[in-house]
Write a protein that binds this ligand. Structure first.
Ligand SMILES: [Zn+2]
Length: 383
């Protein structure tokens, strides 16, 4: 009996290792060849190798320009403390191998670690956090325990040949600069723009994009995990706010971005998982007749649930276009979005109003229809 248990255990461990290798090869195989300067791709690989869930790598990375250096803030959720320490070491080693310097600023708490990678005009401020377990609904007790089916690899579903779908694209984090505004003239009007409130160019960008026929969305800053190291910026909604404070924060942000037809969240990995907070956000959207698109910066988000409960039209992001900011990676993510909309009839992709994203989309979108995707406004996909 004991040896049989051992055999089973060894079999399970073996299968797990084989699965991890297959997954790693798959992830590496899918990773578009990134130029050597793209340290973001390196970070994604290192994080995957230490068991970070790619869904929980904070995609929202406002680039701050501090003293002439473009600082990218990343947040990576790792399974446990030892993975956190190992990943911090991996990042430091990779930084050295790429001719960059790594340092460890003081973390916000014992359950987080920070690594700062400086590469001349560009820096990565990486916050490592321990992943909180994803809530799983308790299964109803059954009379006879059903034997668990052996886990099998689910083959990836493919769209039927000739299948078409509707694809909406929303470019967010707009408002800090007008650098991308000229290039954005090359985008079809179906591409929406989500503007952060209370930034130097918030109103200017909203007015310009509206005048060109684009949908304007409010990119509402919300409290992320790891605040204050991760700062959502001015006008944010925090979980410590009372109901009135939440509603007035949302109200003020909406008033700051003209022409907004709806809201999507900036950051918010903490706030969007809080049903009380999201319910008061939705109360205000309902009163103003606005829709909501959940950026899904956390798997634990309850934003859509709160929206549906109040009858606020809502939808969710399916694909992030530019977590890895290279043209090749953005093209690969766009293809992923095309497949997704052909498979499920519709999909929403979110990226940033950044020069590389805007330029890549301006090149790729004219050929989208031939690939089976009909570009629509984000507002067409909320319901
Ligand atoms: Zn954002």
């Amino acid at each position: 009996m004991r040896s049989r248990h051992r055999q089973v255990l060894l079999g399970v461990i073996g299968a797990g290792i084989a699965g991890a290798i297959v997954l790693l090869v798959f992830v590496r195989g899918r990773q578009a060849p990134a130029p050597p300067s793209d340290f973001g791709a390196v970070l994604l690989e290192l994080a995957a190798a230490r068991g970070a869930d790619p869904e929980r790598i904070a995609a929202d990375e406002p680039i701050r320009k501090v003293g002439g250096v473009f600082v990218r803030s990343w947040q990576i959720a790792v399974p446990n403390r030892s993975a956190m320490a190992a990943l911090a070491d991996d990042i430091a080693a990779a930084a050295a191998a790429h001719g960059a310097t790594a340092s460890s600023p003081a973390p916000a708490s014992a359950d987080t670690a920070r690594v700062r990678v400086d590469r001349g005009a560009e820096a990565f401020d990486v916050l490592l956090v321990i992943a909180r377990p994803v809530r799983v609904a308790a299964a109803a007790p059954t009379a006879t325990p059903t034997p668990r089916a052996a886990p099998t690899a689910t083959p990836r579903a493919r769209p039927a040949p000739g299948a078409r779908g509707r694809l909406a694209i929303l470019l967010d984090d707009a408002g800090q600069s007008v650098d991308s505004l000229a290039a954005a003239a090359g985008l079809p009007p179906e591409v929406g723009v989500a503007v952060l409130p209370f930034l130097p160019h918030s109103a200017e960008i909203a007015e310009a994009m509206h005048a060109r026929g684009h949908e304007v969305w409010l990119h509402l800053p919300m409290e992320p995990e790891g605040y204050p190291a991760n700062d959502p910026g001015p006008g944010a909604v925090f979980v410590g706010m009372n109901d009135d404070e939440i509603r007035s924060a949302v109200h003020a942000a909406i008033n700051n971005v003209p022409h907004a037809v709806g809201v999507n969240n900036h950051m918010g990995s903490r706030a969007s998982a809080d049903l009380r907070v999201m319910t008061w956000v939705m109360q205000e959207l309902k009163a103003r007749g606005l829709a909501f698109i959940d950026s899904r910066t956390t798997r634990e988000t309850v934003a859509e649930e709160a929206a549906r409960a109040l009858g606020v039209p809502a939808a969710r992001r399916h694909v992030f276009l530019d977590n890895n900011r290279s043209g090749a990676a953005i093209r690969a993510q766009l293809e992923e979005a095309v497949e997704r909309c052909r498979l499920d009839k519709s999909a929403i992709a979110i990226g940033h109003l950044d020069p590389i994203t805007v330029q890549t989309l301006a090149e790729e979108l004219p050929g989208l229809s031939k690939r089976g995707a009909d570009l629509v406004r984000p507002g067409a996909l909320v319901r």
